[in-house]
Design a protein around this ligand. Sequence first.
Ligand code: ZN
Ligand code: ZN
Length: 286
Amino acid sequence: MKGPASAFAGRRAALATMHGKERAIVPAFRDILGIDIEVPGDLDTDQLGTFSGEIERAGSMDEVLVAKARLGLKVSGLDLAIASEGSFGPHPQMPFIPVGLEKLVLVDARSGLVAMEQSIDLAPSYASWDTASMIDIEDQIRATGFPDQAMIVRPNTGPAGIVQKGIQTSENLEAAIVHAARVSSDGLAFVQTDMRAHFNPRRMMSIGSLAKKLADRLCQSCGSCSAPGWGVKGTEAGLPCSWCGAPTAWVLHEIMGCFMCDHETSQPRSDGLTEADPAHCPYCNP
Ligand SMILES: [Zn+2]
Ligand SMILES: [Zn+2]
């Protein structure tokens, strides 16, 4: 347990969440860093935008994330805050595959440190259907982990404002689908997985792993300014082809960096791979 040795040992942090994320985040920050986490009571993070789109999000994901942590600082009066944010959509290169991006930030008002870490989930619990009846989609709904994985239902096309969230029983889901289909101008209900962490067990698990990743990173300090959070900042392509040695688009080096200063080093990829498959070479397999 590195807790007592960490730069944050004994400090209290506000976790800006309304969605039960403390279950996933508290253990890593307590056990690895010795940080005590509290969840401020009167915190409306939905004012920064919601997943289900009732309130439009302002700014980039990183900006919303940091704004959420700063809201935590303000409401709690503490000088340390943590916030988490997720984004889900089609994979940029493979549009039929859903992908989840989770980000976690720690903001230290005492030192000015803003430490952000992220993870990608290539199999998130993220799906949607338009349907007139529950029977048509029942197997697919079960495959997501329903009823632990909750559903959201709304009319497929207008009227806006009718939405039921956090549905976790078959009876309620069926009733919501029937009602939404009846009022929708095309006779269909739009059903989707609820992406709020406390209604999405897969997401809760991803956030837990990410919390450990950020906490571990905060145990590493910069060799130049000694700020906590030394870690992978980016990558550099160019891993040589195993047949002809030409540089490929695969990662050659990981760039290590600091959140507080410009110090950077580059190191070989951490998985030890030194050559790329010729299938990815621009000459051997065009
Ligand atoms: Zn530094
Ligand atoms: Zn080659």
